[in-house]
Design a protein around this ligand. Structure first.
Ligand code: ATP
Length: 351
């Protein structure tokens, strides 16, 4: 069953087409990350789901009901959808309690138990986001992280079936972001609410989502699990946007064998276990830095041989640049694999 569905939706603002005939299904309890560069249409899609905009064509379905098409638009408060914004969007003149209780008074579909005893429900939500006992504070008496927790409590207090989050962590510092990531995942597990989460940050999407939807120019470029998006990108754009990627040059002899080509060297067949069918016409194979294995070169060794051209210490890992023919390949190894600048190494491709 789906919590929401976007069916062939296009959205135009004057001459600008923000979304082109887009389809998306949000399964019940699913955590979807919308990832893509600035201007690709992430926020527009979220605003259409929330009910702040109408589609130019196509339909939006929420909880098995068509809530918007060209002819009608159900208002946000009737959709059982919660929203969290980057800017927190708290009312400065209201206390934490008054901010969080607001949806219980204004949303259409609120369970009777929460309406009858709003104090208990608000206290429960504040406890869940780690702000128990802060009911009487005003937003200007809170840190950025606390404000975002209030915004989160306000978004979930009325038990929405879908929670929309627009870059909710981008105005927080790095440490707090890591902590809030865990808390949002905890809330997702506890409540089972479906989440659509907009982010620029690929590591956030990879860490948190069940499904990542990579968008480009108002279209879905690829949708899939974090593992699929990372290890089986279907376009150079996705390979580059989500993590680091090397593009090995050569030819496909069949779907499971790529023939690596280097100038003046014999071709090397590489066994490929994943589906890269969309790369067959492009004569390249995308390979992640962690899919290349290095060993010290010894006399008589065959295969792909390169030279260390750069090495960076990155904490738990080392990032190498390996000169292979005319190209530099990025390789990540664990800290125990030490090779020096200029050293010859054998490179094994494991895809
Ligand atoms: P960002 O990551 O920078 O927030 P985004 O992926 O969320 O970007 P949108 O804000 O959805 O992108 O914008 C998509 C396109 O639609 C952009 O070209 C933007 O300029 C345009 N757009 C969005 N809202 C409006 C509007 N109200 N009027 C005119 N153009 C708009």
């Amino acid at each position: 069953m789906n919590s929401a569905r976007v069916k062939g939706v296009s959205k135009k603002f004057g001459d600008v087409t923000a979304l082109h005939h887009l389809d998306l299904q949000i399964g019940q309890g699913e955590f979807i990350a919308l990832l893509g560069p600035s201007g690709c249409g992430k926020t527009t899609l979220l605003r259409l789901l929330a009910g702040f905009e109408s589609p130019t064509s196509g339909e939006i379905w929420v909880n098995q009901e068509c809530v918007a098409d060209q002819a009608r638009r159900k208002p946000p408060e009737e959709r059982r959808i919660g929203m969290v914004f980057q800017s927190f969007a708290l009312w400065p003149h209201l206390t934490v309690y008054e901010n969080v209780v607001f949806p219980l008074q204004h949303q259409k579909h609120v369970p009777a138990a929460y309406k009858d005893n709003p104090k208990a429900r608000v206290a429960q939500m504040l406890e869940m986001v780690g702000l128990g006992g802060m009911e009487e504070r005003f937003p200007n008496q809170l840190s950025g992280g606390q404000k975002q927790r209030v915004a989160l409590a306000r978004a979930i207090v009325f038990n929405p079936t879908l929670l929309l989050m627009d870059e909710p962590l981008s105005s927080l510092d790095a440490e707090l972001r890591m902590q809030m990531r865990k808390e949002i995942q905890f809330i997702h597990r506890e409540l089972g609410t479906s989440i659509v989460y907009v982010t620029h940050d690929q590591s956030e999407a990879l860490a948190m989502a069940d499904q990542i939807v990579v968008m480009k120019g108002g279209r879905v470029e690829q949708a899939g699990s974090p593992q699929d998006i990372y290890y089986s990108p279907q376009s150079p754009f996705v390979a580059k946007f989500v993590g680091r990627a090397n593009f090995l040059k050569g030819n496909w002899s069949c779907p499971s064998t790529f023939l690596l080509e280097r100038q003046g060297e014999p071709t090397v067949p590489i066994a490929v276990s994943r589906d890269f069918s969309s790369f067959r016409a492009q004569q390249i194979l995308p390979v992640r830095p962690d899919q290349l294995k290095l060993t010290a070169w010894q006399q008589g060794m065959e295969g792909v041989v390169g030279k260390v051209s750069h090495v960076e210490f990155q904490g738990r890992e080392l990032l190498y640049s390996i000169r292979v023919g005319e190209d530099d390949w990025e390789v990540v190894t664990d800290i125990s694999q030490r090779f020096s600048y200029g050293e010859r190494v054998c490179v094994e491709v494991c895809v």
